[in-house]
Design a protein around this ligand. Structure first.
Ligand SMILES: [Zn+2]
Length: 152
Protein backbone atom coordinates (compact mmCIF):
# COMPACT_ATOMS: atom_id res chain seq x y z
CA UNK A 1 0.00 0.00 0.00
CA UNK A 2 2.80 2.37 0.92
CA UNK A 3 4.63 1.64 -2.29
CA UNK A 4 1.52 2.42 -4.28
CA UNK A 5 1.18 5.71 -2.46
CA UNK A 6 4.74 6.75 -3.27
CA UNK A 7 4.30 5.94 -6.96
CA UNK A 8 1.05 7.87 -6.94
CA UNK A 9 2.77 10.89 -5.35
CA UNK A 10 5.62 10.75 -7.86
CA UNK A 11 3.22 10.62 -10.77
CA UNK A 12 1.46 13.74 -9.46
CA UNK A 13 4.80 15.56 -9.24
CA UNK A 14 5.68 14.47 -12.79
CA UNK A 15 2.33 15.63 -14.13
CA UNK A 16 2.76 19.02 -12.54
CA UNK A 17 6.31 19.22 -13.84
CA UNK A 18 5.17 18.57 -17.42
CA UNK A 19 2.42 21.08 -16.98
CA UNK A 20 4.80 23.81 -15.82
CA UNK A 21 7.15 23.01 -18.73
CA UNK A 22 4.29 23.55 -21.11
CA UNK A 23 3.36 26.78 -19.40
CA UNK A 24 6.77 28.16 -20.30
CA UNK A 25 5.42 28.61 -23.82
CA UNK A 26 5.38 32.28 -24.65
CA UNK A 27 1.99 33.84 -25.30
CA UNK A 28 1.80 37.50 -26.26
CA UNK A 29 -0.83 39.61 -27.92
CA UNK A 30 -0.28 40.88 -31.44
CA UNK A 31 0.35 44.42 -30.20
CA UNK A 32 2.90 43.16 -27.65
CA UNK A 33 4.81 41.37 -30.40
CA UNK A 34 4.66 44.51 -32.52
CA UNK A 35 6.18 46.51 -29.69
CA UNK A 36 8.89 43.97 -28.88
CA UNK A 37 10.16 43.29 -32.40
CA UNK A 38 11.47 45.44 -35.22
CA UNK A 39 9.05 45.60 -38.14
CA UNK A 40 10.75 43.04 -40.40
CA UNK A 41 11.18 40.50 -37.58
CA UNK A 42 7.54 41.03 -36.62
CA UNK A 43 6.39 40.42 -40.20
CA UNK A 44 8.48 37.24 -40.47
CA UNK A 45 7.90 35.72 -37.03
CA UNK A 46 4.26 36.62 -36.53
CA UNK A 47 2.91 37.01 -40.11
CA UNK A 48 4.98 34.31 -41.87
CA UNK A 49 6.50 36.85 -44.24
CA UNK A 50 9.62 35.81 -46.19
CA UNK A 51 12.52 38.27 -46.33
CA UNK A 52 13.95 38.95 -49.78
CA UNK A 53 16.72 36.49 -50.75
CA UNK A 54 20.37 37.55 -50.36
CA UNK A 55 19.40 40.46 -48.09
CA UNK A 56 19.44 38.89 -44.63
CA UNK A 57 22.03 39.65 -41.99
CA UNK A 58 23.01 35.98 -41.53
CA UNK A 59 22.89 34.76 -45.12
CA UNK A 60 26.67 34.88 -45.54
CA UNK A 61 27.50 34.79 -41.84
CA UNK A 62 29.81 31.97 -40.74
CA UNK A 63 31.04 32.83 -37.25
CA UNK A 64 31.06 30.19 -34.53
CA UNK A 65 28.13 30.32 -32.15
CA UNK A 66 24.44 29.71 -31.74
CA UNK A 67 21.46 31.11 -33.61
CA UNK A 68 18.50 31.93 -31.39
CA UNK A 69 14.88 32.78 -31.97
CA UNK A 70 14.53 36.56 -32.11
CA UNK A 71 11.10 36.29 -30.54
CA UNK A 72 11.94 34.34 -27.38
CA UNK A 73 15.70 33.67 -27.30
CA UNK A 74 15.40 29.89 -27.54
CA UNK A 75 18.49 28.32 -29.17
CA UNK A 76 17.50 26.89 -32.56
CA UNK A 77 20.63 26.19 -34.59
CA UNK A 78 24.36 25.81 -34.10
CA UNK A 79 26.89 27.33 -36.51
CA UNK A 80 28.29 23.78 -36.81
CA UNK A 81 25.20 22.93 -38.89
CA UNK A 82 25.19 26.06 -41.06
CA UNK A 83 26.31 25.76 -44.65
CA UNK A 84 26.29 27.80 -47.86
CA UNK A 85 23.43 26.59 -50.04
CA UNK A 86 23.41 29.61 -52.39
CA UNK A 87 19.64 29.82 -52.00
CA UNK A 88 19.78 33.34 -50.52
CA UNK A 89 18.79 32.51 -46.95
CA UNK A 90 20.71 31.10 -43.98
CA UNK A 91 20.73 27.32 -44.39
CA UNK A 92 21.24 24.62 -41.80
CA UNK A 93 21.29 20.82 -42.15
CA UNK A 94 20.05 20.24 -38.60
CA UNK A 95 18.14 22.01 -35.82
CA UNK A 96 18.51 21.73 -32.04
CA UNK A 97 16.16 18.84 -31.13
CA UNK A 98 12.78 19.93 -29.72
CA UNK A 99 13.33 23.61 -30.55
CA UNK A 100 11.33 23.32 -33.76
CA UNK A 101 7.78 22.36 -34.67
CA UNK A 102 6.96 21.18 -38.19
CA UNK A 103 3.74 22.13 -39.96
CA UNK A 104 2.50 21.20 -43.41
CA UNK A 105 2.18 24.41 -45.44
CA UNK A 106 0.04 24.30 -48.59
CA UNK A 107 0.13 28.03 -49.37
CA UNK A 108 1.31 29.49 -52.73
CA UNK A 109 0.29 26.28 -54.53
CA UNK A 110 3.20 24.43 -53.00
CA UNK A 111 3.50 21.61 -50.54
CA UNK A 112 6.14 22.64 -48.05
CA UNK A 113 7.04 21.98 -44.43
CA UNK A 114 6.99 25.15 -42.38
CA UNK A 115 9.30 25.35 -39.36
CA UNK A 116 8.30 27.29 -36.26
CA UNK A 117 9.91 27.96 -32.89
CA UNK A 118 8.53 25.48 -30.34
CA UNK A 119 8.56 28.08 -27.55
CA UNK A 120 6.88 31.15 -29.07
CA UNK A 121 5.36 29.63 -32.22
CA UNK A 122 7.20 32.18 -34.36
CA UNK A 123 7.55 31.43 -38.09
CA UNK A 124 11.19 30.75 -38.99
CA UNK A 125 11.12 29.40 -42.56
CA UNK A 126 10.79 26.01 -44.24
CA UNK A 127 12.70 22.74 -44.39
CA UNK A 128 13.46 21.01 -47.69
CA UNK A 129 14.98 17.67 -48.64
CA UNK A 130 17.71 19.08 -50.88
CA UNK A 131 20.34 19.56 -48.18
CA UNK A 132 23.85 18.07 -48.14
CA UNK A 133 23.64 14.33 -48.81
CA UNK A 134 26.80 13.63 -46.82
CA UNK A 135 25.09 14.82 -43.61
CA UNK A 136 21.30 14.88 -43.13
CA UNK A 137 19.97 15.72 -46.60
CA UNK A 138 17.92 18.50 -45.02
CA UNK A 139 17.98 22.22 -45.77
CA UNK A 140 16.44 24.39 -43.10
CA UNK A 141 15.88 27.60 -45.04
CA UNK A 142 15.55 30.26 -42.36
CA UNK A 143 14.85 34.00 -42.40
CA UNK A 144 17.68 36.04 -40.87
CA UNK A 145 15.08 38.38 -39.40
CA UNK A 146 13.76 35.51 -37.25
CA UNK A 147 17.20 34.96 -35.69
CA UNK A 148 19.68 36.53 -33.34
CA UNK A 149 23.25 35.34 -32.95
CA UNK A 150 25.33 34.46 -29.91
CA UNK A 151 29.03 34.31 -30.64
CA UNK A 152 30.94 31.46 -28.95
ZN1 LIG B 1 10.75 31.62 -30.30
Amino acid sequence: MNKFYIIFAISIVMTNYNFSQEKKQIQKSDSEWKNDLDNLSYQVLRKSYTERPFTGEYNLHFEKGNYKCKGCNQTLFSSVNKYESNCGWPSFDKAIPSSIVYIEDLSHNMKRIEVKCSKCNGHLGHVFNDGPKETTGKRYCINSAALSFNKK
